[in-house]
Design a protein around this ligand. Structure first.
Ligand code: ADP
Ligand code: MG
Length: 310
């Protein structure tokens, strides 16, 4: 099967928007929406780096998509469209069918549709690059800049689950129940970005926001830099799942590991203190620069705040 066959069989059925022209043209079109800004983001995942080559194709598809949806959510945008670039070491139809089925499931879950893409062969590892788009009311994209001294720092979901799952896949010893183990490994394979919260609530609460993908400590550092504030985080307030605590415990090393590992795809944001919702308060923005992490009243050094590709 050549790339035209692949596109027609597996991807055209996912391209339901009229502007995608059933993937039979050179490009797709979308009409500008008066009063809205188009928010665009792209992320690539590759076998051996971001997923295991033998992971189920449907979970690989969902991870490729969701690592982008978390960026849109962090900007206050509802996802609507995406483009899909595939570099395939070989054509395995069974793999492609399951991969497309995984995309189809997430299209229904998140109300998005495929606009186009590119399909090519590679001598390197399988890699998937997705570009996702969504809209926000004009001027309302939530930026990394905008935090003010006196704002509280919040984070959605739990931190470190994916890193725990990866540790289990890498055969780190543990005494978890099957359910705890499956919960963590599942978080590594299929992130759960707060898409609804991002699209519906974040814009009205947050002064600044960032997608937590390279490690909470590192990403909060980026937010602090962009906003020109100092961020103080209470390590014990960082939300961790019951399964992750069963895996690593509650010591300073466990928290540091969770806060620097990455692959969380949650949202960290600043907003007035005293808010409640599907998020946890973990610290404060202050006058100054950089960040501090405090554990039981003592400041702790962060050797490597986050994941770096190079
Ligand atoms: P071109 O030669 O102009 O790049 P292609 O043959 O690559 O055109 O693509 C034809 C159509 O198929 C285009 O609409 C393109 O967006 C779509 N397409 C190609 N690969 C993919 C893919 N992996 N996912 C979605 N659409 C794709
Ligand atoms: Mg092409």
């Amino acid at each position: 099967m050549d790339e035209f066959g692949i596109i027609a069989r597996y991807f055209a059925p996912l391209a339901k928007d009229p502007g995608a022209l059933r993937l039979k043209d050179d490009a797709a079109f979308i009409s500008p929406r008066p009063g809205f800004d188009l928010v665009i983001t792209t992320d690539q995942i590759a076998a051996d780096t971001d997923f295991f080559p033998h992971d189920p194709p449907a979970t690989v598809a969902k991870k490729a998509l969701r690592v982008n949806l978390s960026d849109l959510a962090a900007k206050g945008a509802a996802p609507e469209y995406y483009l899909l670039n595939l570099a395939l070491p070989s054509v395995r139809e069974e793999w492609l069918a399951d991969f497309a089925a995984g995309l189809g499931e997430d299209q229904r879950e998140f109300g998005i549709s495929l606009l186009g893409g590119d399909t090519s062969a590679t001598e390197g590892p399988l890699s998937i690059s997705i570009t996702a788009m969504g809209f926000v009311p004009q001027g309302r994209m939530v930026k990394r800049a905008g935090a003010k001294p006196g704002d509280a720092v919040y984070v959605t979901g739990t931190i470190g689950d994916s890193a725990g799952g990866l540790a289990i896949f890498k055969r780190e010893k543990h005494h978890l129940s099957d359910a705890q183990r499956d919960y963590l490994t599942r978080r590594y394979q299929v992130p759960e970005p707060p898409v609804m919260f991002g699209a519906r609530s974040l814009r009205d609460l947050a002064s600044a926001s960032i997608d937590v993908s390279d490690g909470l400590a590192s990403d909060l550092g980026h937010l602090a830099d962009a906003s020109r504030v100092r961020i103080e985080v209470d390590a014990e307030a960082i939300p961790r799942s019951e399964a992750l605590r069963a895996l690593w415990g509650d010591g300073v090393d466990a928290i540091l590991r969770a806060a620097t590992a990455g692959d969380d795809y949650q949202i960290a944001f600043t907003a007035p203190p005293g808010l409640s919702g599907p998020f946890t308060r973990i610290g404060m923005a202050r006058v100054g620069e950089g960040g501090t992490l405090t554990f039981k009243g003592e400041q702790i050094a962060i050797p490597r705040p986050g994941y770096r590709h190079f």
